[in-house]
Design a protein around this ligand. Structure first.
Ligand code: NDP
Length: 479
């Protein structure tokens, strides 16, 4: 006997052996009655849940959000009360690669946050870019199909990617970010995050505002150039975050918001609910409201990160969705993927469970263990939980129109190229521009990219800016 604990089966009974299966004699066949062996093999076969179709490869950590400014004139949400401190989880990810893919490859990065507030979980499922490739969820699965693997060869295919992008001009702004050096961040700690969508905030008096979130890295922006991307080290970003937190070097981000008074949306020069657009800072200056810090690594990657389930539909009173069509699509698709990947009771897992009490009449299903109220229906006369609609007072607004399938209405400055052009003209340095051109040309000169696609690539970038189109055309040898 040693003082080490005894190995057990999953049922807690002592395991018969760590080494030998039960057999007929030392050399004979194995027995079906060896429950421990069968349990081990069966559980092993079930160790994986399906990987996320997008954002499969990632890592994350816990931390806390602190609010330093008074924003009660904009929202009544408790987590944004001045002085509030709220525990949180942040998962970073790449988008297109599978679970074992290289962290550092060219891709947007997911920036998914879960805040464990006193009023239930608030999730903000953002990216490291303020915009996205498309503006209607009708195109989402097609877009992702073009970025993942071909159905015949199982290879990724740059021709497919450029084919989709050049036929979808609304992608130009996001593809400019992607092809710039911000498409290859040096670490998750050294990139900004964005809520990307527009959200509704409302205060205790029911006054409404449209909001955008920005999370500015306090570590400074650092990117790899195309030549520096360490593709041979698949886990550089997971390792960087884990090691930084383990040595006490806790990364933080400054939280900023842009605030648009509710009535201004109708006449603003850009459609403020178009996910391919930013709100220029000159129009709506960012306001700093606090900071969050990551200070604790997960102890069990699978339980706490692989099974972490973020859903942009988790709002708390004081916050709601905007009519951004991509956000509207995500309100459904995120919880739906969790029900499929993890199971309908994913919100009972410790990483996903709210820290406040749950009084829900939803119950049962695989792996359920939360107690439900008695009686199990509403309304009831037995003193069970009752909804309080007053908590959500303020989240209503008037909408009317014919039912249709249509592009977003265009506001006076709306155009797919005007904002990527501003990025090229006013923001990118000479070096940034040179790298943008070589990154585009490197990507679009893969052997599978056809001459027809290359011509469309040049046209696409010429629409952003004639100098950019010209430089890409020269780099592709089409001049
Ligand atoms: P501003 O000059 O006020 O802001 C430009 C923004 O670009 C800053 O937030 C800056 O912040 C960010 N930026 C700086 N260098 C780069 C880079 N190499 N790649 C991407 N972003 C960079 O201009 P506007 O607000 O009028 O926006 C002009 C253009 O800037 C937009 O069309 C958009 O493409 C881009 N942009 C705008 C943002 C916004 O929310 N208004 C946010 C990010 C980019 P930081 O370096 O801290 O990220």
């Amino acid at each position: 006997m040693t003082d080490r604990p005894v190995t057990t089966t999953n049922a807690g009974t002592p395991a018969p052996s760590d080494e030998h299966s039960q057999s007929v004699g030392p050399d004979g066949p194995l027995l079906l009655q060896d429950h421990y062996l069968i349990q081990k093999m069966a559980q092993f076969n079930r160790e994986r849940v399906p990987e996320r179709v997008v954002h499969a490869k990632g890592g994350g950590a816990y931390g806390f959000l602190e609010i330093t400014e008074d924003v009660s004139q904009f929202t009544k949400a408790g987590l944004f009360r001045k002085g509030a401190r709220t525990d949180m989880l942040l998962r970073f990810s790449s988008v297109a690669g599978e679970l074992g893919s290289a962290d550092a490859g060219r891709d947007p990065r997911g920036f998914a946050m879960k805040f464990y507030t006193d009023e239930g979980n608030y999730d903000l499922v953002g990216n490291n870019t303020p915009v996205f490739f498309i503006r209607d969820p009708q195109k989402f699965s097609d877009f992702i199909h073009s970025q993942k693997r071909r159905q015949d060869t199982h290879l990724r295919d740059n021709n497919m990617q450029w084919d989709f992008w050049t036929l979808s001009p609304e992608s130009a702004h996001q593809v400019t970010f992607l092809m710039s050096d911000r498409g290859t961040p040096a670490s998750w700690r050294h990139m900004n995050g964005f809520g990307s969508h527009t959200f509704l905030w409302y205060n205790a008096a029911g006054e409404k505002f449209w909001i955008k979130y920005h999370f500015k890295t306090d570590q400074g922006i650092k990117n790899f150039t195309a030549d520096e991307v360490p593709l041979q080290h698949p886990d550089v970003h997971i390792r960087d975050l884990h090691e930084a937190i383990a040595r006490g070097d806790h990364p933080s981000w400054t939280v900023e918001i842009q605030v648009m008074p509710f009535q201004e949306a109708a006449d603003y020069r850009f459609n403020p609910f178009d996910l391919t657009k930013i709100w220029p800072h000159g129009d709506y200056p960012p306001i700093t409201i606090g900071r969050f810090t990551l200070n604790r690594n997960p102890e069990n990657y699978f339980a706490e990160i692989e099974q972490a389930a973020f859903e942009p539909a988790n709002f708390v009173p004081g916050i709601g969705p905007s009519p951004d069509k991509m956000l509207q699509g995500r309100l459904f698709s995120y919880p739906d993927t969790h029900r499929y990947r993890i199971g309908p009771n994913y919100l009972q897992l410790p990483v996903n469970a709210p820290r406040n009490a749950v009084h829900s009449y939803n119950f049962d299903g695989p792996m359920a263990y939360r107690n439900m109220p008695d009686p199990v229906y509403a309304p009831n006369s037995a003193g069970g939980p009752v909804a309080d609609p007053a908590l959500w007072a303020g989240d209503t607004y008037h909408v009317a129109g014919d039912i249709m399938r249509s592009a977003n209405s265009l506001h006076r400055d709306d155009d797919d190229f005007v904002q990527p052009r501003a990025l090229w003209e006013n923001v990118l340095s000479e070096t940034d521009r040179a790298h943008l051109v070589t990154n585009i040309a490197g990507h679009a000169s893969a052997p599978e990219v056809t001459t027809d696609t290359k011509k469309r690539v040049v046209e696409y970038w010429t629409n952003v800016h004639k100098d950019l189109g010209h430089a890409v055309s020269q780099a592709l040898g089409l001049a």
